[in-house]
Write a protein of this length. Structure first.
Lengths: 539, 307
């Protein structure tokens, strides 16, 4: 194959969505070329139009969207092909994998059934031949025990395995181009590295071009031959990956490159008072059981964990999904029933009920991951952030509450005049600031931050990290920072606890953990995070 | 799976017991009795009748007797139709009501699903609006309007269908009542199907199917429809129980000897045993159909497992 041949060329592509507020232009006349066998990254933050560009190319836009311009695949404009002609290209010559491995497979059909379907459709094989092909594909993507897996349903597989199956389906007909739309974003970091490695291996074997749509510059740096940087529907910069990283030209690219969270936090003095202490904290969930249905299954989500959080300290709790880190955070705040001893300040709160906890709630606040789901859509921002005051400081007048709202908004860097607007009018980063203001307005001592930056773009993450550090310094706060993102944890925490399956596998001061991880699992985690930025996709 | 069915049937026993008990005492709380008709029987005859049927015994004893008979499959005599036992009334009427109800249900499920799917595939276009209009009409026009209109147009004017009567189950006699029963159900099924199909078509795995270049037929029928059918399956349970146990309006207007009218007539006449019989039959149908629906759910959706 001629490596110089351009096989996909997007010319002056515009994507427009008709909405109730009029037409919105998501992509504003962009040009992108993909040559045979190369890896192209389309980089941008959320809302940049990077996904919609490729959705338009594949005619997968939502029904209120329309695309103009041209998307030429080997001389044929995909945008004007008839549906039956298009369906000879989609899944055959160009295929696509998506961000949501959990929902991208049909839950009602077995893996084998779903794999066989596109093979039969595009290659006209009979059922037995297609089955053989499907088995080969499952082996190709390293699914263990493929014979058995053919009969499995998606819900019986992990996210990483589902993404492998998606990749197998996409590559079933040996396509020229694989479009990968944030293929690893929803996965744990160790799984991310495995999937990326798999894609690199498959590209070496099969030689298809890959279009990576991603917000993760780590992936771009090590994987892509060429990069397109998108912002607000336009390509602001393009070029060879190495050159672009070495000397970015556009201010936005420079900003993106500088957006990795930096800095570190010094530990508090050794004699700082202990604010929160847990000893042998244990949380057990009961699954199933009941009338005539046998013994329930007991799941030990937090398994005898001890933790000491000092004033002005940030403990990072690191682990992959299902490790029990969020459950631990909730148990320590007595939001979940648990066994073991929990002390807050000088009080034993192990057995405290709702009633007894209420006066303490003001001092312990929680910020959640999802800035979209955690703010009531029917309350103004002012109402959202002052609601806690109604409970904890009922004597305040309306005017005083309003004054506190203004102060809190100012403190988190939002315009105080925005307090009469509703949450949906704000961006993800702004909403997270609102959630932080809601916690801060009560002047707490302890804030549990449960993945507060995970749903945000890198550049916004950095701002939130800086805001949280400033608030901590100003008010002497203690943080429990729960996260799977090692880069953010490194910038936030002075002490780290690594959790796996409800247990602590390793703990220690941040720099020690990062420079000299002891436990095998910690090393795997670190390597996975670094691997993403270490090897190249194209050999 | 068998274990699950067994467990469900086992839990049906206390459910039925509670229903029977509540119905037994509730109907007795209502004033009057089976022999307080307007014509007025002479007090002697009334006393005789009551003694004959054991209505003078203390209520708890009557309850024990009734339960005992019920356990032996004996629903007792009908008070107002002394020539029949309640069991006989059901043996005669129930097959008729089931035939009509089942035909109406099948028609409604098929036609409703197709209409709903067509609407979903043409969302906010003419076909969609037509289906919505039809569904709105179907669910707002009462059956006691639909039935006479069918009689008038097809029976009287065009003379295509008989105006009423069972005609020993002749096909032509069933068309009017089945249509009347089915129309509101078609409307409900179409609306349900439209909604769940629109949602299903938006799901991520449909996007995957399209990206793989699968045919429209496969995308819509194999992948979208199967997921969208689940709400219809849930709806079918209670709908089947209601349809198969007959409808007083349809049976009265078309002069069909089904069991639908027993429920209302018996309640008005304080025909205690017939009321109880109807309650037991409807409860049984409801329990059985809900079980069937839950089992069907597991057939359609592999994520649902009962072991």
């Amino acid at each position: 194959m001629d490596a110089q041949e351009t096989i996909l060329s997007v010319k002056d592509l515009r994507v427009r969505f008709r909405t109730l507020d009029g037409a919105v232009e998501a992509v504003k006349g962009i040009n992108i070329n993909v040559k045979a066998g190369e890896t192209v990254a389309v980089v941008g933050e959320s809302g940049s139009g990077k996904s919609q560009t490729m959705m338009a190319a594949m005619s997968l836009l939502a029904s209120n969207g329309e695309a103009t311009g041209s998307v030429d695949y080997r001389g044929r404009n995909l945008l004007t092909l008839s549906k039956s002609e298009l369906n000879k290209v989609r899944g055959r010559k160009i295929s696509m994998i998506f961000q949501e491995p959990m929902t991208s497979l049909d839950p009602l059909y077995s893996i084998g059934n779903q794999l066989i379907e596109p093979i039969r459709r595009h290659r006209g094989l009979n059922a037995a031949e297609a089955r053989e092909e499907a088995l080969k594909l499952l082996r190709l993507v390293h699914i263990p025990d493929p014979e058995r897996r053919m009969k499995s349903y998606p819900h019986e597989m992990s996210g990483g395995q589902r993404q492998r199956v998606m990749i197998a389906m996409a590559l079933a007909n040996d396509p020229d181009i694989l479009i990968a739309d944030e293929p690893t974003t929803a996965l744990d970091v160790t799984i991310q590295a495995q999937i990326l490695m798999l894609l690199a291996e498959l590209q070496r074997k099969l030689g298809m071009a890959i279009v990576f749509i991603t917000h993760d510059l780590g992936i771009v740096r090590r994987f892509a031959d060429r990069v397109y940087v998108m912002r607000q529907g336009e390509v602001v910069e393009e070029g060879d990956a190495e050159a672009l990283f070495a000397s970015p030209q556009h201010a936005y690219t420079k900003m993106l490159l500088a957006a990795e969270p930096t800095g570190s936090k010094a530990p508090p003095p050794a004699n700082a008072p202990v604010l929160l202490e847990g000893r042998n904290v244990e949380v057990v969930f009961r699954i199933g059981g009941g009338f005539l249905s046998g013994e329930p299954l007991m799941l030990r989500a937090v398994d005898r964990i001890s933790i000491r959080l000092q004033r002005n300290q940030t403990i990072g709790i690191v682990g992959e999904s299902g490790s029990g880190k969020s459950t631990l955070g909730r148990a320590l705040l007595r939001l979940l029933p648990s066994d073991g001893l929990i002390r807050f300040g000088d009080r034993d709160i192990s057995g405290a009920d709702r009633q007894a906890m209420r006066p303490l709630r003001r001092e312990m606040q929680l910020v959640f991951q999802d800035p979209f789901g955690s703010l009531s859509p029917r309350m103004t921002v002012g109402q959202v952030i002052t609601e806690g005051l109604l409970v904890h400081e009922p004597n305040l007048s309306g005017k005083q509450r309003d004054q506190r709202a203004i102060e809190a908004l100012r403190e988190v860097g939002l315009d105080p005049n925005s307090r009469n607007r509703y949450p949906h009018e704000f961006s993800g980063g702004q909403r997270q600031r609102i959630a932080i203001a809601r916690a801060m307005i009560l002047k707490p001592n302890l804030v549990v931050l449960d993945e507060p930056t995970s749903a945000l773009d890198r550049s916004v993450q950095k701002q939130i990290v800086e805001l949280l550090r400033k608030l901590q310094a100003d008010h002497g706060l203690s943080y429990l920072f729960i996260s799977h993102d090692l880069a953010v944890v490194r910038a936030m925490a002075d002490y780290i606890i690594v959790m796996k399956q409800g247990k602590i596998v390793e703990e220690g001061p941040t720099e020690e953990i990062f420079s000299n991880p002891q436990a095998a699992y910690t090393q795997t985690l670190m390597n996975a995070a670094i691997d993403v930025t270490r090897f190249r996709l194209s050999a | 799976m068998l274990r699950y069915v067994f467990r469900r049937l086992l839990t049906a026993i206390p459910t039925l017991f509670v229903i029977v008990t509540m119905a037994f005492f509730l109907i007795r709380v209502a004033p009057g009795g089976p022999f307080n008709q307007e014509r007025g029987l002479s007090p002697e005859i009334k006393a005789n009748l009551e003694a004959q049927f054991g209505l003078n015994d203390p209520l708890w004893l009557q309850y024990i007797h009734y339960l005992g008979n019920l356990l032996r499959g004996n629903f007792g005599p009908s008070y107002n139709m002394p020539d029949f036992t309640v069991g006989e009334l059901f043996r005669e009427g129930l097959p008729i009501s089931i035939q009509l109800g089942a035909s109406a249900l099948i028609l409604a499920l098929m036609l409703g699903s197709v209409l709903g799917t067509i609407a979903a595939l043409n969302q906010n276009k003419l076909a969609d609006y037509s289906v919505i209009a039809l569904a709105t009409a179907g669910s707002t026009i009462p059956t006691f309007v639909i039935a006479p209109v069918i009689q008038l147009v097809f029976g009287l004017t065009w003379k295509l269908l008989p105006i009423g009567g069972w005609g020993d189950g002749a096909m032509i006699n069933k068309i009017g009542p089945v249509l009347t029963l089915a129309l509101p159900q078609i409307a409900i099924v179409a609306r349900l199907m439209r909604g769940s199909m629109i949602e299903s078509l938006r799901s991520h795995h449909i996007r995957t199917a399209r990206a793989l270049g699968l045919s429209d037929w496969s995308v819509v029928v194999k992948h979208a429809l199967r997921g969208a059918i689940l709400p219809i399956v849930s709806f079918t349970g209670p709908a089947a129980a209601a349809l198969l146990t007959g409808s007083i309006i349809v049976e009265t207007i078309f002069s069909i000897p089904g069991v639908g009218r027993h429920f209302v007539v018996a309640a008005l006449n304080r025909d205690y045993t017939l009321v109880m019989g109807t309650v037991v039959v409807i409860a049984l149908f409801t329990i059985v159909f809900n079980l069937i629906v839950d089992l069907l759910y597991a057939v359609v959706d592999p994520r649902v497992r009962y072991d």
